[in-house]
Design a protein around this ligand. Structure first.
Ligand code: TA6
Length: 310
């Protein structure tokens, strides 16, 4: 796939805008973002990293956390929203100089399609963005691929990440939809759905442990739950809501909050913002990385829904 220069806004709107529903505008630091507004929900997706940064279902408040100090610049990841981690998660095992969480979250993706479904059952808009291998990616990862991110905006938020192996050899990759959920106060939040599941505790030399009951937050938390297809419920009494996360083709779930001490090392996170976010990430990492023969595809999906807590 050639890395064409990104299209100008007027050309992007000519090709993809839907009057009164979808437009492409100049976002933070002038980066192009897709703005979606329907009776069911509103949302924003930057072409930078194909990163969703807002989803507000009708009748609900903002569900996605975005740092007030986030950078919006080439080479930097947006802090918040849903960063796409690919083809590795965290540091690259064989190259400490490689970018954390891979290289696609700092690339400008291309808009491939914007479609609308206004049947009675659902008023949804689906935005598909695509990126692929190029000379720059092959320096880090010697494989040919096409990566599509299809985001369906409506009363639910559905994110589908599809990798196509366009090369001649099998490849193995890690992936994560690194979703930052907005919460009122992380110290009062619990995550249900992982009771009894084994996890690697990255705050304790990645020792393997077993989850006892719901996840509560009282310190830096960075846990990779293994061999689990379980759906999650993020229970937020402060906002009197549950965020339900359903996964498809994902065998690991990462849960992260930097807490006060971890936040100090993040210049793109406000001093107290760690209290208002929790990451719960559909993923395939570590021993559950995905191996794909030439020509094959793999889709991992996460679907979010919001409900009242009580
Ligand atoms: O998802 C948890 C995690 O892997 C943590 O270890 C922490 O590094 C977090 O991701 C954020 O990573 P980033 O590179 O975006 O600062």
């Amino acid at each position: 796939m050639t890395s064409r220069s990104p299209l100008a806004l007027d050309e992007l709107n000519r090709r993809f805008a839907i009057e009164g529903v979808v437009q492409i505008v100049s976002g933070n630091q002038g980066l192009p973002k897709v703005q979606i507004a329907t009776p069911a929900a509103s949302a924003e997706i930057y072409l930078h990293g194909a990163q969703l940064t807002s989803w507000v279902p009708a009748g609900s408040g903002e569900v996605i956390f975005l740092s007030e100090r986030s950078k919006f610049a080439d080479g930097s990841a947006i802090r918040g929203g849903v960063p796409i981690c690919f083809p590795w998660f965290r540091n690259k095992a064989d190259d400490p100089k490689a970018p954390s969480h891979g290289f696609v979250r700092t690339k400008t993706w291309e808009l491939e399609s914007v479609t609308r479904d206004v049947t009675q059952a659902s008023h949804t808009v689906a935005v598909t963005l695509v990126t692929g291998s190029d000379d720059a990616s092959r320096k880090w990862w010697p494989h040919d691929f096409l990566l599509r991110h299809r985001v369906t905006i409506g009363a639910e938020l559905k994110m589908e990440l599809t990798l196509t192996n366009t090369g001649q050899t099998r490849l193995t990759f890690e992936e994560a939809l690194h979703t930052y959920h907005r919460v009122a106060a992380v110290g009062h939040v619990r995550i249900a759905g992982l009771d009894g599941v084994a996890y690697l505790d990255n705050t304790d030399a990645n020792r393997e442990k077993i989850q006892q009951g719901d996840i509560a937050f009282a310190r830096q938390t960075d846990s990779a739950y293994l061999n689990t297809t379980h759906n999650l419920e993020i229970l937020d009494p402060g906002l009197n809501r549950r965020i339900l996360v359903a996964k498809r083709n994902s065998l690991t779930t990462v849960v992260w909050n930097p807490w006060q001490e971890g936040a100090k090392s993040l210049s793109d996170l406000g001093d107290e913002e760690w209290r208002e976010m929790v990451c719960a990430e559909a993923s395939n990492i570590r021993a559950f990385a995905v191996t794909l023969p030439p020509g094959e595809q793999h889709t991992m999906a996460a679907t979010l829904r919001v409900a009242k807590l009580a």
